[in-house]
Design a protein around this ligand. Sequence first.
Ligand code: ATP
Length: 270
Amino acid sequence: MADTLTRTATAPGGTAPDTRVPTVIADEVHVVYKVHAGGRKGGATAALSRIFSRKPAPGVREVHAVRGVSFTAYKGEAIGLIGTNGSGKSTLLKAIAGLQPVARGAVYSHGQPSLLGVNAALMNDLTGERNVVLGGLAMGMTKQQIRERYQDIVDFSGINEKGDFISLPMRTYSSGMGARLRFSIAAAKDHDVLMIDEALATGDAAFQRRSQARIEELRARAGTVFLVSHSIGTVRETCDRAIWLESGVVRMDGPSKEVCDAYEAFTSGK
Ligand SMILES: Nc1ncnc2c1ncn2[C@@H]1O[C@H](COP(=O)(O)OP(=O)(O)OP(=O)(O)O)[C@@H](O)[C@H]1O
């Protein structure tokens, strides 16, 4: 998306022109998962005839996780995505990051949105050291930038606190260690659009404190931040805007205080 997408329309309810810069535009986004519900698969002839007749395989069920979501996010905004379990928050983030194809509609974004912790494609058979380099390259960092930040990444991850683990293959790491390294690599780069799925935040208390502080720094430097969280307190504290999803549909979008109040009233009445 070009920089020229700066909006100059009149702000709602006012006469001053709206000069905010859009960073992500979701236009009627639908995401549908296809799930194999088991059962007999049938033979090769049956599969071939399904391809030609364009009929879905028997036993394939569809989960319509995101249903026509539209919004525009602007530079400088921190947006909390809230909603009950299974309402489509993580799916929407993956669609914005380009990790999940949209069935209908479109996502336009300024720069490459990064989903913290997932974008770095790490390889289990390679050492932590090699993964830092590969993860950095995968995020678009140069070799020079990776060299400069390598020690910070390793220190931040705390992988070497109990010995020289960074020179061992990732498969020898505990799941917490792997998650910490992934987070540390992703957090080493400044992002235009940064998405944080709190479900991904792992690690012990000390690492959680470090990562919280790092998220604040990244927020300050990123163009736009999306945060999926079940902690309404965190959304109130860290986000100025909130989008409430329910059954894949936007139920409310506005200042985080108003949206969080309405969401809490909804969940307390359940
Ligand atoms: N890989 C998948 N395959 C099939 N269905 C999926 C898949 N991932 C999610 N779903 C379904 O999509 C819907 C939305 O799930 P999603 O994980 O996006 O919700 P969420 O709001 O992030 O939930 P939570 O708050 O529990 O993390 C749910 O009905 C879920 O069962």
